[in-house]
Design a protein around this ligand. Sequence first.
Ligand code: C2E
Ligand code: MG
Ligand code: MG
Length: 245
Amino acid sequence: FLRRKSLLQYLRQAVVHDFQGFIAYFQPVQDIHRGEPYGAEALLRFQCSDFGMVSPSEFIPLLEESGLIIPVGRWILARAMEFCKKMQETIPHFKISVNVSYIQVMKSDLIRDISALLDEYQLSADSVQIELTESGFFESDQNYIRFCASLRTLHIPLALDDFGTGYSNFHYLYHINPQVIKIDRSFTLKALNNDYEFTLLRHMTQLTHSINSKMCIEGIETAEELKKICELNPDYIQGYYFSKP
Ligand code: C2E
Ligand code: MG
Ligand code: MG
């Protein structure tokens, strides 16, 4: 409790002091068929004197509970677009993927923020991919579906993150129609170690392709894991094997 309380104070201070302590990391996402990076995912970090480097799994919930995720979410979106613009000088089709919290979808005008930043950094709408997890869907499906529809109208790609770890409601896939479905490392590990889970992931990949979406497998660390996972015919791979964030 005390750690959370103190960390929240640091986070508040950071937000009012021009986001000092927040750091944007980027991890490449490899296009398996082309054998080159498809783009990268922006991953938030926070560092302060008392706690050192704090993991997002610890501070993102605090940012969400306090509403600070709204300004911080805007900040990481801007850093991501700035980075993407720079990368496109060497890789013209480079795409940046940004995680977005359900709080941002529910409590801010995220579509307006994304559009304003796309203008500011002179990026085409398809350069930025928005990542959502399915966990917020149940409480707020209409908001989510409306948000997803606005992204589609603006031609901003959407990725469904952490698929297969929660309820994996296949019914929503039809409404949301994501460009990319991402499999979390926890599921990847299960699939690598268990025949049933491996077969399940094979069927999920086929389903993903049948609705014209792409499959991204996260958490590949070794060449053996890569070889085995490629039997499933995924489209993109993200993991330490290619690069850490
Ligand atoms: P995520 O969006 O699913 O991100 C992938 C996570 O898997 C990252 O953890 C990444 O470092 C890790 N990862 C990738 N490849 C490997 C691998 O081969 N081995 C291992 N062990 N790990 C790998 P990270 O950076 O700690 O982020 C954790 C989660 O925090 C993210 O999961 C995302 O849900 C959330 N997050 C991070 N940045 C942001 C942000 O800017 N906004 C929001 N709303 N959430 C964020
Ligand atoms: Mg993600
Ligand atoms: Mg993920």
